[in-house]
Design a protein around this ligand. Structure first.
Ligand code: TIU
Length: 221
């Protein structure tokens, strides 16, 4: 299959492609979570929910495979370096009690994926202690065992966990496409710069396109 993308046509096989949804957690998208504790206005992020929902349900209808990630730490914080926990002296640190439970801790309400994009039983859910989805997760081995070659990305935030995960994936040999209207940042200029960087120099990291172009491409011969 192929689709019109930037900087040029993206070719992929449906059977070896997986949809990757990065960190669409209440802790980043709703007030009172990790995103806000870092001093961010979190209201921008929920604007992508309708487009993400459209792609997710179309992907499910077509029988595609899906992986959701969560930035999540163990309750005993053994996988959270002090450098990460203390950086920037946030209002609430990882593991502290907030309005949605302990910040960025597995099993806490704030750490859950937003209800609109709730994973289904047959979809993978990967808890990752870093910004990138391959660090300390075993995901590469699972993708290899499943014969996955291409990854279509959505999620937050564009320049942090999405970009880090795409770069990690690119280095491991995956063809990566980012859906422009299904990713968002607390900083619009950082989102734009990230889209530009990913597709620069002949798709050095990967491709970008709108979700509409992806969905339309399923009619291509
Ligand atoms: N701070 C910020 O923009 N993002 C993160 O800390 N994590 C993710 O992007 N998931």
């Amino acid at each position: 299959m192929w689709l019109v993308a930037d900087p040029f046509e993206f070719r992929y096989e449906w059977s070896s492609t997986m949809l990757v949804i990065i960190d669409m957690q209440r802790d980043f998208i709703e007030p009172g979570g990790f995103g806000q504790s870092l001093g961010n206005d979190v209201s921008r992020l929920s604007s992508i929910l309708p487009a993400c929902q459209r792609v997710l349900s179309a992907w499910r209808e077509r029988g595609g495979r899906i992986v959701h990630t969560r930035e999540a730490h163990r309750p005993d914080l053994s996988d959270c370096p002090d450098a990460k926990r203390n950086r920037g002296q946030p209002a609430l640190r990882i593991g502290d009690d907030g309005p949605m439970g302990r910040i960025l801790i597995s099993g806490q309400p704030g750490c859950e994926i937003v209800p609109a994009l709730m994973p289904q039983a047959d979809e993978w859910v990967i808890d990752k202690p870093g910004k990138g989805m391959f660090y300390n997760t075993g995901l590469h081995e699972r993708l290899q065992a499943a014969g996955v070659k291409s990854l279509v990305f959505m999620g937050v935030t564009t320049e942090v966990c999405v970009q880090t995960s795409m770069r990690e994936a690119n280095d491991r040999g995956y063809e990566c496409l980012l859906l422009e209207d299904c990713t968002e940042s607390y900083f619009p200029e950082f989102k734009q710069a990230t889209l530009d960087m990913i597709r620069a120099q002949g798709a050095l990291v990967g491709w970008t396109c709108s979700s509409q172009l992806l969905l339309q491409s399923w009619d291509n011969p």
